[in-house]
Design a binder for this molecule. Structure first.
Ligand code: ZN
Length: 159
């Protein structure tokens, strides 16, 4: 159990110190969306390149606490190159993780955690955040911005 918590902490620190997909993409064709979490002062700017229903590229910049920055890095790695349907499914899964409603898990905790690592990959590292309700907004910031960006893109004329 504690080994797993150490592993999760390592993953979060690794993504905080070496954020993945950091940067900007030219707009257009990229769609740009911002998110801000006034409770903690975290911000994120996401650039999305969508083509043929695939999130071909994602870059982001931002500032804030380790949870918000690690979560945005983990998110970018999890969704880059995926179909929009897969991206939506990942957003939903992560939201379930943060709200603590995952009906697919059994009651055996150790099996649960192995299952989490298999199905969620490194995203499972953020599940400890659920114990700290204030930090859930930090972890969700980039995900909410991604969802908003994809909705705006879908509604934008001429795509
Ligand atoms: Zn924060």
């Amino acid at each position: 159990m504690s080994n797993l918590e150490d592993l999760y902490r390592e993953i979060i620190l690794d993504h905080y110190r070496s954020p993945r997909n950091r940067g900007e993409l030219p707009t257009p064709p990229a769609h740009r969306v911002e998110g801000f979490n006034p409770l903690c002062g975290d911000d994120v700017v996401i650039y999305l390149n969508v083509r043929d229903e695939v999130l071909e590229d994602i870059k982001l910049t931002g500032h804030g606490c380790s949870i918000s920055q690690a979560s945005s890095s983990l998110m970018s790695a999890a969704v880059k190159g995926r179909s929009l349907a897969q991206v939506q499914s990942t957003i939903d899964t992560f939201k379930e993780l943060m709200t603590g409603h995952d009906a697919s898990l059994s009651k055996d905790e150790e099996i649960d955690e192995e299952l989490d690592l298999r199905t969620l990959g490194e995203l499972a590292a953020l599940q400890g955040v659920v114990k700290f309700p204030v930090r859930i907004k930090c972890a969700m910031l980039a995900w909410n911005a991604l969802r908003q960006g994809l909705e705006e893109f879908a509604q934008s004329p001429g795509h």
